[in-house]
Design a protein around this ligand. Structure first.
Ligand SMILES: Cc1cc2nc3c(=O)[nH]c(=O)nc-3n(C[C@H](O)[C@H](O)[C@H](O)COP(=O)(O)OP(=O)(O)OC[C@H]3O[C@@H](n4cnc5c(N)ncnc54)[C@H](O)[C@@H]3O)c2cc1C
Length: 240
């Protein structure tokens, strides 16, 4: 985990600018944690499959995620002062330049939301770590039930999750094709052991009674932008 956090080529934060920040004269810049360590929960709420499950994303549940997102907000505050962007933006209206330290943490906890990249509710992990599927995507305890979607990823990727979902689907298709072309192997239900895992999965603390889920928390700061400079902002993406 330490190596992963320190690796220069593994982004920890994503910064996204949009022009719909709070008012017609505003712009927002979002900062999103790419590898949240906080784990949420998903529970069925009744015996009926038609009732919505109870989902608690537990955003910013761990101090590590708060620290990383704070770095993201500080980076955005630096970015908006840099030229030429700084010339186009007037002042920070939300949360406000004076909101720092504990006040910023409180604001982030109240303002953060999803980046819509949920994963992990059927994690490929050892069963005793809360895993749901093995390395053949087979649900533990079943002979031929597989989960092949984004939910099997136990850790977030530094990317949006559509492409990884396609990758998981391709792998799943290969596994199923191999399964049916080699009947002798069909009784094998490969079980993960902790020793077989990459070391960075050791930080996941799921339990067998809970399905863990994680989605990237993000918070957007809003800055006032004048109409005179709006054209400049619209042109800016052409150069990025
Ligand atoms: C608002 C939003 C914006 C996003 N934007 C991006 C983006 O810009 N780029 C990107 O890379 N990713 C984006 N994502 C993430 C991406 O869409 C998901 O990671 C991806 O769709 C996951 O694929 P999946 O197959 O795992 O799950 P899903 O696409 O959610 O597919 C699950 C399917 O299972 C069906 N289903 C559920 N329960 C049952 C049941 N009981 N019986 C039968 N069928 C069932 C659902 O109807 C659904 O069709 C976005 C997600 C959201 C919500």
């Amino acid at each position: 985990m330490k190596g992963w956090l320190q690796a220069a080529d593994i982004p920890q934060l994503e910064t996204i600018m949009n022009l719909w920040g709070g008012s017609s004269a505003g712009a927002s810049i979002e900062s999103a944690v790419q590898h949240p360590w906080s784990r949420g929960t998903v529970f069925i709420s009744s015996a009926s499959a038609f009732d919505m499950p109870k989902i608690d994303p537990n955003y910013l549940g761990l101090d590590a995620d708060i620290s990383i997102l704070t770095s993201g907000i500080n980076f955005v505050r630096k970015l908006v002062k840099a030229k030429p962007l700084g010339d186009a933006l007037a002042n920070e209206v939300s949360p406000g330049a004076d909101v720092t330290g504990d006040k910023l943490t409180t604001w982030m906890k109240g303002a953060c939301g999803s980046e819509y990249h949920p994963i992990g509710s059927c994690s490929m992990l050892p069963r005793d770590m809360g895993g749901v599927v093995d390395t053949n995507l087979l649900v533990y305890g079943t002979a031929n039930v597989r989960v092949i979607d984004a939910s099997i990823a136990p850790l977030q990727v530094s990317a949006h999750t559509m492409a990884p979902a396609y990758g998981i689907a391709e792998k799943g298709a290969d596994i199923i094709k191999a399964f049916y072309s080699t009947p002798a192997d069909t009784t094998k239900n490969q079980t993960l052991t902790t020793g077989a895992l990459p070391s960075h999965t050791g930080g996941v603390t799921t339990t067998t009674s809970k399905a863990a889920t994680t989605s990237k928390a993000s918070a957007a700061s809003t800055f006032v932008v004048s109409w005179a400079t709006l054209v400049g902002l619209l042109v800016l993406p052409l150069f990025l």
